[in-house]
Ligand binder design. Structure first.
Ligand code: IVH
Length: 685
């Protein structure tokens, strides 16, 4: 209350300023939590800020905004989703890394049952996050995360984006039942995501599990759909008359259309279990997803009942975890690398040590938070592990070996290259060097990005030549490339006459590169190849893009607030305006020269079509484009005049109801493609 009282002495403009600041900060924290799975403040601090905003908005309804974090269902960490109490708690499994302990487990089973007439079902231990699915009359009605084991978040819409999941079952399923399993991301999808982040100059995600869990907590299911997740189901909660063993349950689940793993084996003794374990320890590298062990479960339900539970886990199952090979070595020093966007990455220099057949000398420490979390100090003996990831990671410190005089590590405050004071934007984990104009690694990195294969792809010019040109004071920015002369270049070390000629010709050829690739080459933060394409398709000239305000940008498919803010920031910077003007003068393309729509048919002539939801084969923009080139018109709202609704996943329930009410034909993506005679899976762009 005191809080409100104090605020009443604030001027209206100050209140609005405060509200805007809180909204911005909370959005950033939401993003970090849900997208990056890396919160930088505690739940308590978050709740305090949110409460302050709620109170201010209550006292000042005139400042209402539908975009406020308070308006997003719940608005806060784990409040954005409705909670659900599990009917049976979601327990964890006892686990072991040791063969002896697994034999002890087996002996306990024999002792408790009083005989050795039993079977284990061996399964892979998927490295994702567990989920509980509730089906009623064959329809998925609810998906709940594990949460704290007794209560979880309802994430149904997000889970429905998983393509492998049947939201509608087949066969002879029970009227109402619960089934549990694991959601995960394939390594290839993870690598693709990280590649995109690398292109955008962003720090990389740590592993597929983190991304999968962050993805499931995203607010917008359309964003979830863009990050392909997969699922395996491994536990049926419902008991039926006919299902008497776990193996039966897996067969039944499969028959109902639920995805179960094909790598499951029934073993009648512990030696057979060890064979399974050893096989998968060798073979796991050939799977397309990460597993971190094997789970063995007693097959027979009666025997499970006899064995029962401890407070935390069932006595009839155990996880055998694969060893991630670890080594202990000394931290010699820390380097701070500066990326092309100015982001600082601390890297540990280690006393070289052998791990899984390769010598490890360096490991990423990610950011200042990670250093603080580990309380790592130069001279410490650290544990290095290579899990599923390629980059080895430091998982802990051997404190027994720490020299007690070593002081805590002070994170750098200034750029290690250009000495400019570093900045850390509120809510961001990484520090940045703001000197984009003359900080060498940023300048060189940006020019290297500009000539990247997917950007300008200049013949005769590679990363090393850029470095050489920079060191010889011939280029300081991307526009300088177009002032290069043969006479300057040929003087360079290791530059043969022919190479110099090729380089100059290659640069001249750059005028042929289409606008969208020039736009990508500029290196605007968060503007990767795909976003650059979207922008070029929507804003046909750079002038149109320069004039676009925040609202106009976020109205474009796939352009979110974060990207929009970054584009505005970039284009409003006079340094970039001058660079773009020089590139234009050099003849680069800043206009979308793609031919205007080529009509394909008149199959939709005069038809008004409404597109709703998320599609699997094509993006919304592509479907809209297809409507137009087949003579149709895209309409936004459903009315009596709408001829078709093309419905993807997650079409809004209000729209669906209206379409049904007005008797408007609803087409699936496939039906739509068939209607226009295009049952293809090829992308248009
Ligand atoms: S059975 C009573 N089977 O491992 C526990 N769990 O600590 C029922 N997991 O929370 C779980 N693969 O997230 C089971 N084939 C599998 C699994 C599996 C991965 C995860 C699950 C669980 C954790 C156990």
């Amino acid at each position: 209350m005191l809080l409100i009282f104090e605020k009443s002495f604030m001027h209206t403009s100050e209140i609005l300023e405060k509200i805007n600041r809180l909204r911005k900060e909370l959005s950033i924290h939401n993003y970090q939590y849900y997208v990056m799975a890396a919160p930088s403040i505690s739940d308590f601090e978050f709740d305090k800020m949110l409460e302050e905003l709620i109170q201010l908005e209550k006292a000042h309804p005139e400042f209402y905004s539908p975009d406020s974090p308070t308006q997003k269902v719940g608005g806060a960490i784990n409040k954005n989703f409705e909670n659900f109490t599990h009917q049976y708690p979601m327990l964890s499994l006892g686990n072991t890394y040791s063969e002896d302990e697994l034999r002890d487990f087996d002996q306990r089973i024999i002792k408790q049952l009083g005989h050795s007439d039993y079977e284990y079902v061996c399964e892979l231990k998927f490295d994702g996050l567990s989920i509980s699915l509730h089906y009623e009359n064959g329809l998925l009605i609810r998906a709940v995360t594990r949460g704290d084991g007794s209560k979880g978040d309802v994430v149904t819409d997000n889970v429905k984006t998983i393509k492998a999941l049947h939201t509608c079952l087949q066969g002879n399923y029970p009227a109402s039942f619960e089934v549990r399993g694991e959601i995960f991301m394939h390594r290839q999808a993870f690598d693709r995501l990280n590649k995109q982040r690398e292109e955008e100059g962003e720090p990389l995600y740590a592993n597929p599990r983190n991304v999968a869990s962050g993805t499931l907590k995203l607010q917008d299911s359309a964003d979830v759909a863009k990050r392909p997740l997969d699922i395996y189901l491994y536990q049926l909660i419902e008991k039926t008359e006919t299902i008497k063993t776990h193996a039966d349950s897996l067969t039944a689940m499969k028959a109902w259309g639920l995805k179960t793993s094909e790598h499951t084996k029934t073993c009648s003794n512990i030696e057979a279990v060890f064979n399974f374990i050893n096989y998968w320890d060798r073979e796991r590298k050939n799977l397309s997803y990460d597993i971190d062990g094997v789970v063995l479960k007693i097959n027979d339900y009666h025997q499970r009942e006899e064995l029962g539970f401890t407070a935390k886990s069932p006595r009839w199952a155990i996880a055998f975890k694969f060893k991630t090979e670890a080594a202990c070595t000394q931290l010699l020093s820390i380097d701070y690398q500066v990326g092309r966007t100015g982001s600082i990455t601390p890297v540990a220099n280690l006393q070289p040590v052998l791990l899984l057949g390769t010598t490890v000398k360096r490991a990423s420490l990610h950011n200042a938070n990670e250093i603080e979390r580990l309380d790592i100090r130069v001279g410490d003996y650290v544990f290095v592990e290579k899990g599923g990831e390629i980059i080895p990671k430091i998982t802990g410190i051997n404190l027994d070996k720490r020299n007690q005089d070593t002081p805590p590590l002070q994170y750098i405050t200034h750029c290690p290259v250009c000495q400019t004071e570093l900045v850390r934007n509120e809510g961001e984990a990484n520090h940045y060097c703001p000197n984009e104009v003359s900080c060498a690694p940023q300048v060189v990195g940006r020019i290297q990005h500009f000539i990247h294969r997917k950007a300008m792809d200049i013949n005769g010019l590679g990363d090393e030549t850029i470095q050489l040109l920079y060191e010889n004071n011939l280029v300081h920015n991307i526009a300088d490339l177009f002032d290069l002369k043969y006479e300057d270049v040929v003087k360079l070390d290791r530059m043969a006459d022919k190479s110099a000629q090729n380089l100059i010709v290659g640069i001249k050829e750059a005028v042929k590169i289409p606008y969208q690739r020039v736009l990508f080459g500029l290196g605007i933060r968060y503007v990767g190849e795909t976003v650059a394409k979207k922008l070029a398709a929507h804003f046909k000239t750079i002038e149109q893009l320069q004039e676009a305000n925040f609202e106009a940008l976020v109205a474009v498919d796939e352009i979110g607030e974060r990207i929009a803010a970054s584009i505005i920031d970039y284009l409003q910077n006079p340094y970039h305006t001058e660079q773009i003007a020089r590139l234009k003068a050099a003849g680069l393309q800043f206009e979308n020269m793609e031919k205007e729509k080529v009509m394909e048919s008149a199959l939709l002539a005069g038809k008004a079509v409404v597109i709703s939801g998320v599609f699997s084969q094509y993006s919304r923009d592509e479907i809209k484009h297809m409507v137009e080139i087949n003579g149709g018109k895209n309409a936004s709202g459903i009315t009596g005049k709408t001829d078709y609704v093309v419905a993807g996943e997650n079409m809004g329930p209000a729209k669906l109801e209206k379409a049904v009410q007005l008797n408007v034909p609803i087409l699936s993506e496939k039906e739509f493609l068939e209607l226009i005679g295009k049952p293809t899976t090829q992308s248009l762009f």
